[in-house]
Design a binder for this molecule. Structure first.
Ligand SMILES: NC(=O)c1ccc[n+]([C@@H]2O[C@H](COP(=O)([O-])OP(=O)(O)OC[C@H]3O[C@@H](n4cnc5c(N)ncnc54)[C@H](OP(=O)(O)O)[C@@H]3O)[C@@H](O)[C@H]2O)c1
Length: 333
């Protein structure tokens, strides 16, 4: 089978497409998947540069999130997954290859109404943003939600979910063209460009909210934007700490007097751990999300699709911040 391999750590250009042996038959609790599509995520870039907390042994292919068909089921699989099922699987790595092994417990059935590419783009982003907005921030109808990094994977999912929760979203991003795209896709009225704004974006957010600030701030980027977030959160607001895309090496610090003055809360979000600590609650979240999808209430957006032999270009599109929503590698072109 074909695989796009990381044989030595480095940028996307150092990956090589090779013919490799098929995976071993699935072991205890595992399934073998025929990969149809693989989502491309920011951590894939960290993984191939050996900057991620997980370190698969070389050589490996990146790709944490796949959709595909179950080709074989190993012993001891107890969650009803069968050969021939269409599934979405979180695998951490080894998704940029035609077949891969997955723990059956990390697989969920792909809804009939969802195609493979959407399936591979859905779980991480929508799972994270639903958990953040509903479980962690308890976002209420009518509240104002400021989404930083609003044009990216988790950011667009947050905008999409906010519409369904009846919250008013303000989208903040670093490119006017990408912000225009999310205005159209998600019907967002107010946008803030944190890269070019002449005024600090906290002032614009405060103006857009008549001086109240945002009730919930969704922050997947950190950096200077986080400092501004501390200054435009509403009384009793919640700032969701989701990620540090802007500068993972310098984690932002919060001056606690700012939290005191607003009666506000900093709320951590770690979706991967949540799915392991509370699998039943996570499954219920997906019941809601898949139900919304089947009813046409969600609009997962894929701006870039590539074949496996174009996987380097796929990773570069993510690294160069060209993507709106998600980028996906689709195996059959
Ligand atoms: N806590 C959790 O459970 C959890 C789950 C999933 C993801 N995450 C984290 O959330 C973050 C975002 O993930 P994602 O999948 O949405 O990534 P993504 O699709 O690459 O989007 C990140 C967005 O951040 C903005 N950004 C600002 N400064 C940036 C910089 N220096 N480099 C790259 N992007 C920058 C970009 O928008 P502009 O170009 O418009 O600024 C980009 O659209 C990552 O750090 C990821 O690890 C956390």
């Amino acid at each position: 089978m074909k695989a796009l391999l990381c044989k030595q750590y480095g940028p996307p250009e150092s990956l090589v497409l090779e013919d490799v042996p098929r995976p071993a038959p699935p072991g205890e609790g595992q399934v073998l998947l025929r990969v149809r599509a693989c989502g491309v995520n920011f951590p894939d870039l960290l993984l191939i540069e050996n900057k991620y907390q997980e370190r698969p042994s070389l050589p490996f292919s990146p790709g944490a999130e796949v959709a595909g068909d179950v080709a074989a089921v190993g012993p001891g699989v107890a969650n009803g997954i069968r050969e021939g099922d269409r599934v979405i699987a979180m695998i951490g790595s080894r998704g940029f290859q035609e077949e891969t092994l997955a723990d059956a417990t990390r697989c969920v059935p792909l809804p009939d109404s969802m195609d493979y590419a959407t399936g591979a783009a859905f779980t991480l982003t929508y799972g994270t943003s639903y958990h953040a907005l509903v479980d962690r921030a308890r976002t209420a109808p009518g509240e104002t939600l400021l989404v930083l990094g609003a044009t990216g994977g988790v950011g667009t999912a947050a905008l999409d979910i906010a519409r369904n929760l009846g919250a008013r979203a303000i989208a903040a991003g670093g490119s006017d063209a990408k912000l225009e795209a999310v205005r159209e896709i998600y019907g967002v009225r107010d946008t803030v460009n944190y890269a070019t704004a002449e005024e600090p974006f906290k002032d614009r957010v405060n103006r857009l909210t008549d001086g109240r600030g945002a009730d919930v701030i969704y922050d997947p980027i950190g950096g200077e934007a986080f400092q501004q977030a501390l200054r435009c959160v509403a009384w009793e607001g919640r700032i969701l700490v989701v990620g540090f895309a802007a500068d993972g090496a310098n984690l932002p610090q919060a001056r606690t007097n700012l939290l005191l003055l607003k009666g506000s809360s900093l709320v951590g979000v770690f979706w991967g751990r949540f799915t392991r600590e509370a699998p039943e609650r996570s499954a219920r979240n997906f019941d809601t999300l898949f139900g919304w999808y089947a009813d046409g209430r969600l609009r997962p957006h894929i701006s870039h699709r590539f074949r496996l032999d174009e996987g380097i270009e796929a990773l570069r599109a993510v690294a160069e911040r060209r993507v709106v929503g998600k980028c996906v590698v689709v195996m059959d072109g």
